[in-house]
Design a protein around this ligand. Structure first.
Ligand code: UD1
Ligand code: UDP
Length: 357
């Protein structure tokens, strides 16, 4: 089969890496990068570290409002699909690149597969929730990470073509954690000791674009006793400056703002942190896989199993709740893994192979 994989943002490179390798054993894969992320630290470094083949197309769509960005992607992806005529399009996760790729494919009657189908936050104000719901409803093959995700789809009437396969990000982590431990020098470079720092990331629109939330997070983080390492996504940098909070961060003695780090450094930081504080979807799971407590800086999550199991605490953005959770960090016993055994990409490749024959 000729398969077009569409990626564009940081977590999608990580999700695509293990599956791409497997698909290429039996099919022709065409890799399309929308250009949603373009900084070296958000894009190129992941291709290098995860040994992802160079994209066949980089559509260089870049940043913009939701409509502008998604619209440009739709236009450019469609042109490529018309020219290449793939048998199957694969999209990943819940970004604007996901939705644009999905729409372009179905309108051309090309079979569509969605990796990470069925996740729901049930918060329609999140752009990602809209992207997920719409993509799921137009996909032919829905690869879900968990039973809960399959049930979410069933509740919306989507029953055909749904497969519970586990989490492709777990595959990526398993494939890279030993290398990360061996080659990453990030702990020494930053002068960190294991268990003696908190790892922070913020990039969710609701936390950056709303002054109240970002201000509250800055107040909370800068008042902590622990050292906080903060690889800051360009979105949060932009909004910290916009809201006049940047100086407060720079002058705070416990806060270490650094550039976004590569995947291998990130795995090391996640594994060695006392706790991860994040609004990232991927990092909630990685913290769990690496047995590091996680505080999620949101009111809800798609990865509900981790909250129910006590691995992840939803703390929102207020200092009081964050401090209370930090004072009671604990790691429950790990029984099974709701997101599979790290064989998601193998299973997806098998199913795609069966369908293509
Ligand atoms: C996007 C996804 C989000 C995902 C995240 C992963 C959508 C709606 N959001 O959010 O689901 O969790 O990626 O990181 O698709 N910028 C740069 N350099 C870059 C890319 C972006 O400076 O290489 C800046 C631009 O100012 C841009 C802003 O970051 O406006 C936001 O980028 P964008 O891709 O629109 O959204 P993310 O916040 O990255
Ligand atoms: N990540 C990284 N460097 C960073 C921040 C995140 O390598 O500075 C990785 C992280 O380990 C995870 C993925 O990027 O694998 C998560 O992406 P992000 O938080 O941008 O998006 P989300 O998962 O929230 O969609």
């Amino acid at each position: 089969m000729k398969i077009a994989s569409i990626v564009g943002a940081r977590p999608q490179f990580i999700k695509a890496a293990p599956l791409s390798r497997r698909l290429r054993k039996g099919h022709q894969e065409l890799l399309i990068h929308t250009g949603q992320h373009y900084d070296r630290e958000l894009s190129h470094i992941f291709f290098e570290q995860l040994k992802i083949p160079r994209p066949d197309y980089n559509l260089q769509v870049g940043s913009g409002g939701h409509g502008e960005q998604t619209g440009k992607m739709l236009l450019k992806v469609e042109r490529v699909l018309l020219k290449e005529e793939p048998d199957l399009v694969i999209v990943y996760g819940d970004t604007n690149s996901t939705l644009a790729g999905a729409l372009a494919a179905v309108k051309l009657h090309i079979k569509l597969a969605h990796v990470e189908a069925g996740l729901r936050s049930y918060n329609r104000r999140m752009p990602e929730e809209i992207n997920r719901v719409l993509t799921d409803h137009i996909s032919d093959l829905l690869f879900s990470p968990s039973l809960r995700a399959v049930e979410n789809l069933q509740r919306e009437g989507i029953k055909e073509g749904v497969y519970q396969v586990g989490d492709v990000m777990f595959d990526a982590l398993r494939e890279n954690i030993e290398v990360a431990r061996r080659v990453s020098g990030v702990m020494e470079e930053l002068g960190l000791s294991e268990g003696e720092f908190l790892l922070l990331t913020i990039h969710r629109e609701e936390n950056t674009n709303q002054f109240e939330n970002l201000n509250s997070l800055v107040t909370a983080i800068t008042s902590l006793e622990e050292r906080v390492v903060f690889p800051a996504h360009p979105r949060v940098r932009k909004w910290l400056r916009h809201w006049g909070l940047w100086e407060r961060c720079l002058t705070s003695p416990n806060l270490m703002i650094i550039e976004p780090v590569g995947y291998l450094d990130m795995l090391c930081l996640e594994e060695r942190a006392k706790a991860v504080l994040t609004d990232s979807g991927g990092m909630q799971k990685e913290a769990y896989y690496l047995r590091t407590p996680c505080l999620t800086l949101r009111e809800e999550t798609e990865w509900v199993e981790l909250v129910e199991g006590g691995w992840n605490v939803l703390v929102g953005t207020k200092a009081e709740k964050i401090k209370r959770a930090l004072a009671h960090l604990s790691l429950p016993l790990q029984e099974g893994n709701p997101y599979g055994r790290g064989e998601a990409s193998k299973r997806i490749a098998e199913i795609i192979g069966r369908i293509g024959n």
